[in-house]
Design a protein around this ligand. Structure first.
Ligand code: FES
Length: 334
């Protein structure tokens, strides 16, 4: 049996009993999603009118679109993400932020829209493609048509080793995206942002985005590194303090001082609760530890872990890439 639905105002016909995600796909609409098993909460949508079978996932007027099924006419709304596109451009700056981290700036032929926390696939001419999260400059500035990346120098990294050597300002580049599920969502509850190492790039984009568009939200930012001298983001942390962020914490396992607390970011995580939204980016060990604390507290948690070699694409990303005719992920250099 078929019935009439509307997703974000777009009318379409769906089968009774199919999930809202599948119903939306029938109209070429992608509801943000990840696990498709009711765990990650990425696919929560609002039922504006009519009704659906919520399969036990209702919270107020919202349901999980991967679990809830069509039961009759309904109007559904969800946050749409920018569609992945391709852009050409050139590298315009390569700056050293610390002994380990480079700031690489690409200027694109036309702006590429992305949500804070998403990532793109960057291909420097003559080198394999890698995925990085675009971010702001450490002084909080951003220019239209400019993508700023933080790239860790890896001793055996094909791309990172060439930066500043064979790859210099003027080098041709292509970028595809945005992708990823760990983007800044609408919300009122406290936001807790945690980074390790170059995971600061998406966390800084999220923090800056929250201070720009969600100033009423309580924000806690924790940035960690193994050595205090690798805390390359201090200018950004100062920016957040001056902007009135309640808690801004820098941690390191070695070289702690008055302004840098000794230990891991996990040691300084506040007591989490249902209302909290946590974002974490960095080494897989840190991501797993924070995710597990968030899970225990029933807090929402979003993370795109940066693996040293291979990154696993989320279901949503795989779908988008198939849909767009883009190839699946290759190795990711962080
Ligand atoms: S809860 Fe629906 S995609 Fe994860």
């Amino acid at each position: 049996m078929r019935c009439q639905l509307a997703f974000n105002g777009k009318p379409l016909e769906a089968n009774i009993g199919e999930t809202l995600i599948d119903a939306a796909l029938g109209g070429s609409l992608l509801i943000p999603q990840d696990c498709r098993s009711g765990q990650c909460q990425s696919c929560r949508v609002t039922v504006v009118s009519g009704s659906v079978d919520d399969h036990g996932t209702a919270q107020g007027r919202t349901v999980l679109a991967c679990q809830a099924t069509v039961s009759g006419e309904a109007k559904i709304e969800f946050e749409e993400l920018p569609m992945p596109v391709k852009r050409a451009g050139i590298i315009t700056e390569i700056n050293s932020l610390s002994p380990q981290i480079l700031e690489v700036v690409m200027t694109t032929s036309s702006p590429l829209e992305f949500r804070p926390g998403q990532y793109v696939r960057l291909k420097l001419s003559g080198f394999p493609a890698r995925e990085f999260s675009p971010t702001c400059r450490l002084d909080g500035s951003r220019k239209e048509g400019e993508l700023v990346f933080h790239i860790r120098r890896l001793p055996d990294g094909l791309v990172s080793r060439a930066l500043g050597e064979t790859i210099k300002p003027g080098h041709a580049a292509h970028v595809q995206g945005p992708f990823g599920n760990a983007y800044l969502r609408e919300g009122n509850g406290p936001l807790i942002l945690v980074s390790g190492g170059a995971g600061w790039a998406p966390i800084w984009a999220l923090a800056h985005g929250a201070r720009t568009n969600q100033r009423e939200r309580d924000l806690i930012v924790i940035a960690g590194s193994r050595d205090a001298e690798d805390l390359y983001m201090r200018a950004a942390l100062d920016w957040l303090v001056q902007d009135g962020v309640r808690e801004v914490i820098a941690t390191s396992e070695r070289g702690a001082s008055n302004s840098v607390k000794r230990g891991l970011p996990t040691h300084y995580l506040p007591l989490l609760g249902l209302e909290d939204t946590v974002h974490v980016a960095g080494p897989i060990g840190l991501v797993d530890a924070i995710k597990s604390k968030a899970l225990d507290a029933h807090a929402r948690c979003f993370a795109d872990p940066f693996l040293a070699s291979v990154r696993t694409a989320s279901l949503a990303d795989r779908f988008m890439r198939k849909w767009q005719g883009l190839e699946l992920f290759g190795p990711r250099e962080r």
